[in-house]
Structures are given as structure tokens and as C-alpha cells.
Design a protein. Structure first.
Length: 724
């Protein structure tokens, strides 16, 4: 029960809920003030103007916040007015809805930034259909002025609220990143313990992808204008979180080899427990940020790890080839020790015991945040038949046109906009997302209709309903990303109560039954049209595979360059961080596409087994190269002349393998690099690092060759044999 309450409070104190209730408060402020000054109808229309600006309103950097909200208001106004003007002319209204839907859905070309704008534009049209002209208490111009006032007031409010809550958002997004990292660490810890069921590799990769998405959102806020000591502290912790992720990934190295030895089980079981303890510490730090608590000092697990280093002394002294099991285990404990060290640094930063590296914080922020301007490049690149945003826009336009024609034929055609609203929120760019929303939408609408019917049956005065709408809107916006079922329930309440306020309807039960029927029709249309002009994931996989291979080659080239250790400024280090970020992001995009493909028809699924192997080898290659970079950094004061040819050769081999994987050619003959006389493997990170660097480089070459082979298996045409 305690664990459930903690998780519930983490959700309630998250940035999603804070943004949702900020949006609800703004809506209540605008609608309530309008009701007091102008009456129910004006308040309802202004509320519609505010509601269409809410979807793009999320925790965001102050720079660019206004620009993210304005498109919804600026594009929404002419479409709202057009629907009002043509509301009594069904044919011309349909001729507006279909092409407007097509161009609105093209905003999906901007990815996660564009999708909320799509929803806003479509809401402007569909909600306008719920404003009957004969109840407008004035002409078209007056109604549009009310709508515009609501939109602009909300845009101003949301921009100011985002600035006011900026510091709180920074804490929340950092806390959410720590929680995501803690969850990944627990899954990684389970792989250490041979006595427990090993989590699937796919689960680890999905958590890696979720962490990458969470980290990007946190970067955008935390690395913006870190001018105050508190912001610098949070940004420095963010940089350490990235280091923990790298060390956690590196802890996978040699793990399968060590697990194959039964003698290593006692050490691995203890290491599992220690990693779980470290995950607890990350989650406590997250809770401290969410609950405004001061962080307490943490335990240093280095002594416990040192004790584990003494346990393997009783194991076999030497394997036939390569490092002994004892040495491998010591290397494993060292990598876990690096995680411990970074967590301790996070703790000291949080308690103010060490100062953040201001130079690193200030020079990094411009490079690692998402762009805030609306570039025309995504729009220029989608005009070819295979472009998913173009196909989705066509699919949505056809679905909306079909839904509109059906609504005209229904007995309750005056309320047919609900079919269109359902199509808009259910139909997504991929089949998996559409199916997920289909089920949640139907269940949420049924529950929401029952709840709205109960509220309206009480004959509550309009002022009470003007409080219900913002509250339901706050809940709907809070869970749109995390739990769509809750969003569907709350959104149904918003729409039904808002329509009641606009039209002054007095038959709530009849409206509830209509909405249930409209929802089933809208969901069926959206589901059916998800198979029209489909953008199957296998069509997107080749470009994602090429991106991943290219990013890995770029990362290898920079990570194995000695220039970064001799530079007089931070430019090479920043270049490596950017290359590392792109490598993670490219793998994350491929993970998400692979997961989405699982619900597609079997006949159109990509080759899943080589895809999973490609992803696994990609993460392992990142880990190998990160470890090599760490060891090169440790010997930066030594003579580097002997290592330069070795690194150059390894970089060339890795690049050649990955390039051949992109081109589909045969893999070149593998050449194992040598480095002088082969010496005994000493304890890693303690004595001579040459054998360890050489081993990691050769393993990196093998992984690059494996990635190339996996890529050829993924990219081969159906029915053909992949090249060896």
C-alpha cells in the first residue's frame, strides 16, 4: 500500500498534472470572468477559444513557449469562422472540412511539436459545429470576437504561467528522469542475478527509449539559461544522470560471459542487491525534488564492492584465453562502482556540498535543446508518396469526410460533430497507436457519458458547470500522455457539459445516448481507415536503420579520437556528447518503431529477430566505446604515440563494417588488431590498461560487424537471402 501511495503521489506531483491543472485554472479564470461580465453564452464561446489552445500547452522552456501556442490560435480562428459561416450549408461545410483536415494533419511533419497543433486545429472546427448560429445572440463577427478573445487570453495566460512555474518544472522533469533511470537500473539489476528470471532484452531497450525521451524533455528545460545557482545545480545533476546512464549501459559488458560460470553466482546476487539499493537512492532523490525535501547523505557502496572483489579470489585463477573470471568480476564491480560514484556526486550536488561545473553547464545548453522555431524544412520534405505525414493527412481527410457524410444521414445530425471529434482523437499515424486509443476511447466515453449524465441530471446552475468544465479539462490534459483512459473520461465530460452550456439543452439523457452511438461510429471509422494508405513500420525501418548505423560510425570516430584529450577548449568533448546523443536517439527511434510493428498484420511486419539483434548489438557497441573512452581518459598523461595507429585501425574497421551494412554489400574480412606484445590482464582501471583497451576495441569491431550483418538481414527484400 505504501508503494502504491508513493507512486500515486509521484503522478500527482508530476509535470503532466501540474500543467493540466494550470490549464484548468486558466480556463476557469477566462470562462468565469466572462460569465460574470457577459453571461453564459459568451463565457461558453470564450471557453471554446481557450480549449483549442490547451493541447500544445506543456512544460516547456520559456524561450519559444509563445511560438508553440500561437499557431493553434491563429489557424483556429479562420476555421472556426468558416464553420460558423457554412453551418447551414452542409455541402459547402463538407467541402471546407475535408481539405482543412488534410492541411491540418500535415502539421504532423513537425513530430511531437506538431501533433498537438493538429488536435487544436481540428477542435476549432468540430467545436464550432457545436455552436448553433440561432443561439449566437449576435452576428458571426461577434461570435468570432468572443472565440478570439478566449484564445488570446489563454495564450497570454499560458505563457505567463509557464514562466512562473519554470523552476518547478525543472525540478519535476529532473525527478521524472531520475525515476525513469531508476526503473531501467532495476531491470538491469535483474539481469545480474542468475537466480531470477532475466527480463527480456526488448524490455530493457524499451526502457532505454523511454529514458531517452524523458531526458530530452528534461534537457530542454534544465539547460536553458542556467544563470542562477539553483538552475546550475539542477543542470549539473542532469549531466551526471547522463553519465550514470552510460555506466549502467557499460555494466552489461562481459555479463553474459560471467553469468555462464556457476561460481560467479554469489557475487552477482550481491551485485543485484547493490544495484537495487542504488536505484532506491535515485528514486529518493526524485522524491526529494517532488516533495520539496532536502536530500540526506547517501551510503558509499564502494566498501561493499571491495568486499565482492575479495570473494572471487577462491575462483579458478585463469581461463584458457583472455582474462580470468576473477578479473572479469573485478571489472564488473568497477563499472558498478562508477555508477555509485556518480550517484554520490548527484547527492553532493543536491546538498550543496560541491559546486557544479559552470563551464560545462553554460557551454552545453545551446547544443542539447530542441529547436523552438517552426522551420519549413519538414514541410518541404514530405511531398513524396511514401512520406508518413502525407499519407496520414490523406487518411485523416478521407476518414473525416466519411464521418461527416454518415453524420448527415443520422437522425441526430445536428450533433454529428462528436463523430468527427472521436475520429480526430483516435486516428493516429500507426496502427498500434490507433488500436490503443480505440479501446480507451470507447471505455472512456461510456464512463464519461454516465458521469456527465449524472452531473447534468442534477440541474446544476451554469456557474457550477463552468467550474466542472475546467476541472475536467485539467484532468483530461494531465493524463493525455500517461493514461489515455482517464483523458477519455474527462474529455467526454468536458464536451458534453460544454455543449450543454452553449446550446442550453435540457435533455441530458438523450444526449448521452447519442454520444455513445457517435463514439462507436467514430471509433469504427478511425479503426477502418487506419488500414487505408497505411504507413507500415517496415517502410520506415530502412531509414531508421541507416540513421542508427551512421550515428554509430560517427560516435566511434569521435570517441576513439585522441584530439579530444589534447584540445585547449571543450569543443571536442561537446562534439562527442552530441554524437553520443544522436547514437542513443537513433536506437530509441528504432526501438519504438519495432514495438509499434508488433500489432501490425503478420504479413507486413519487419524481420523482428534481426531487428532486436541489431538494437542489442548497437547498445553494446555504445557501451564498449564509452568504456574505451573512459580508459583513454585515464591514461591521457601517458605517451600516446603507440596507441594512435591502434585507434586509427579500429575506427577504420568499425566504419567500414557499418558502411557496408548501410549499402547492403558483403562484410569485409574481419581483421583483429594487435598492439605490441600481448600482456597479462591486470585488474581493470588499476594497472596496465593496454590489454583491456585492445580487448574492448576488438569486441567493438566484432559488434560493428554484427550490426552490419543484422542490418543486411533487416533490409533484405522478402524472399532473398542476406549476405553473410
Amino acid at each position: 500500500m505504501t508503494g502504491r501511495l508513493t507512486r500515486a503521489f509521484r503522478v500527482l506531483l508530476s509535470s503532466y498534472v501540474t500543467t493540466g491543472f494550470s490549464a484548468g485554472f486558466g480556463l476557469m479564470l477566462i470562462a468565469g470572468t466572462a460569465w460574470l461580465l457577459q453571461g453564459q453564452f459568451v463565457a461558453s464561446v470564450m471557453a471554446v477559444g481557450a480549449i483549442i489552445c490547451i493541447p500544445p500547452d506543456h512544460a516547456a522552456p520559456r524561450r519559444g513557449k509563445l511560438g508553440s501556442l500561437l499557431p493553434a490560435a491563429l489557424v483556429g480562428l479562420p476555421l472556426f469562422a468558416g464553420v460558423q459561416l457554412l453551418q447551414d450549408q452542409p455541402l459547402y461545410l463538407g467541402m471546407l472540412l475535408v481539405p482543412a483536415t488534410f492541411f491540418a494533419f500535415l502539421a504532423g511533419a513537425w513530430g511531437s511539436r506538431g501533433l498537438p497543433v493538429v488536435i487544436s486545429i481540428m477542435f476549432a472546427m468540430t467545436f464550432s459545429m457545436a455552436v448553433p448560429r440561432h443561439l449566437s445572440q449576435g452576428n458571426l463577427l461577434t461570435t468570432c470576437i468572443y472565440f478570439t478573445s478566449g484564445s488570446l487570453l489563454y495564450v497570454i495566460y499560458a505563457t505567463l504561467a509557464n514562466a512562473l512555474l519554470n523552476n518547478r518544472y525543472r525540478q519535476q522533469l529532473l525527478a521524472q528522469s531520475l525515476l525513469a533511470l531508476g526503473s531501467l537500473m532495476r531491470s538491469q539489476a535483474d539481469r545480474f542475478d542468475p537466480t531470477t528470471d532475466t527480463p527480456p532484452v526488448g524490455e530493457l531497450m524499451q526502457k532505454q527509449a523511454q529514458l531517452a525521451e524523458q531526458l530530452q524533455a528534461a534537457r530542454d528545460l534544465l539547460l536553458e539559461s542556467p544563470r542562477t545557482p539553483r538552475r546550475q545545480q539542477l543542470a549539473a545533476i542532469m549531466i551526471n544522470v547522463l553519465e550514470i546512464r552510460d555506466h549502467l549501459l557499460a555494466s552489461e559488458l562481459d555479463l553474459d560471459l560471467v553469468r555462464s560460470h556457476p561460481q560467479a553466482a554469489p557475487v552477482l546476487v550481491e551485485m543485484h542487491a547493490l544495484l537495487d539499493q542504488m536505484a532506491d537512492e535515485l528514486e529518493r532523490h526524485a522524491d526529494d525534488l517532488l516533495f520539496f525535501r532536502r536530500s540526506a547523505p547517501l551510503n558509499d557502496w564502494r566498501p561493499a564492492l571491495a568486499a565482492l572483489n575479495r570473494m572471487p579470489q577462491r575462483l579458478p585463477a585463469q581461463e584458457a584465453q583472455g582474462p580470468s573470471l576473477t578479473t572479469l568480476l573485478r571489472g564488473l564491480t568497477n563499472r558498478v562502482g562508477l555508477i555509485n560514484d556518480e550517484i554520490l556526486r548527484v547527492n553532493r550536488l543536491a546538498r550543496g556540498k560541491v559546486e557544479p561545473d559552470l563551464k560545462a553547464v553554460r557551454t552545453a545548453w545551446k547544443l542539447f535543446v530542441s529547436p523552438t522555431s517552426w522551420s519549413l524544412r519538414p514541410l518541404r520534405m514530405l511531398w513524396h508518396w511514401d512520406a508518413p505525414p502525407l499519407r496520414h493527412a490523406l487518411r485523416a481527410a478521407l476518414a473525416i469526410g466519411t464521418g461527416y457524410l454518415i453524420s448527415l444521414a443520422l437522425p441526430w445530425a445536428t450533433h454529428g460533430y462528436w463523430i468527427l471529434v472521436t475520429i480526430v482523437v483516435v486516428l493516429r499515424g500507426s496502427l498500434s497507436q490507433t488500436l490503443e486509443r480505440r479501446n480507451s476511447r470507447v471505455a472512456g466515453t461510456l464512463l464519461g457519458c454516465a458521469l456527465a449524465g449524472a452531473i447534468l441530471s442534477t440541474q446544476a446552475p451554469p456557474l457550477v458547470l463552468l467550474v466542472v468544465v475546467p476541472l475536467a479539462q485539467a484532468i483530461s490534459h494531465s493524463f493525455a500522455v500517461r493514461r489515455y483512459l482517464i483523458t477519455a473520461v474527462a474529455a467526454t465530460v468536458v464536451s458534453l457539459v460544454q455543449a450543454h452550456l452553449i446550446s442550453a439543452a435540457d435533455g441530458p439523457m438523450f444526449n448521452v445516448l447519442e454520444r455513445i452511438a457517435d463514439t462507436v461510429i467514430g471509433v469504427t471509422i478511425a479503426w477502418g481507415f487506419s488500414y487505408v494508405l497505411p504507413s507500415w513500420e517496415r517502410n520506415q525501418i530502412p531509414s531508421l536503420v541507416h540513421r542508427a548505423l551512421q550515428a554509430q560510425a560517427r560516435h566511434a570516430q569521435i570517441a576513439l579520437s585522441l584530439g579530444q584529450f589534447n584540445a585547449v577548449d571543450d569543443e571536442p568533448e561537446l562534439e562527442w556528447r552530441l554524437a553520443r546523443k544522436e547514437a542513443y536517439d537513433s536506437l530509441s527511434a528504432l526501438v519504438m518503431a519495432t514495438r509499434r510493428s508488433l500489432v501490425e498484420p503478420r504479413a507486413v511486419r519487419p524481420a523482428l529477430e534481426p531487428l532486436e539483434q541489431l538494437l542489442s548489438h548497437g547498445y553494446q557497441l555504445l557501451a564498449q566505446l564509452t568504456t574505451v573512452k573512459t580508459m583513454l581518459l585515464m591514461r591521457r598523461d601517458e605517451d600516446q604515440s603507440d596507441i594512435q595507429p591502434v585507434l586509427r585501425s579500429a575506427t577504420e574497421e568499425i566504419s567500414n563494417s557499418l558502411r557496408d551494412g548501410r549499402s547492403g554489400g558483403a562484410s569485409p574480412e574481419f581483421v583483429r588488431i594487435e598492439w605490441g606484445n600481448q600482456e597479462e590482464f591486470s585488474d581493470p582501471f588499476v594497472y596496465d590498461l593496454k590489454p583491456w583497451i585492445l580487448r574492448r576495441l576488438n569486441m567493438a569491431q566484432e559488434l560493428a560487424a554484427s550490426m552490419a550483418s543484422d542490418a543486411r538481414a533487416v533490409l533484405k527484400p522478402s524472399g532473398e537471402q542476406a549476405l553473410p
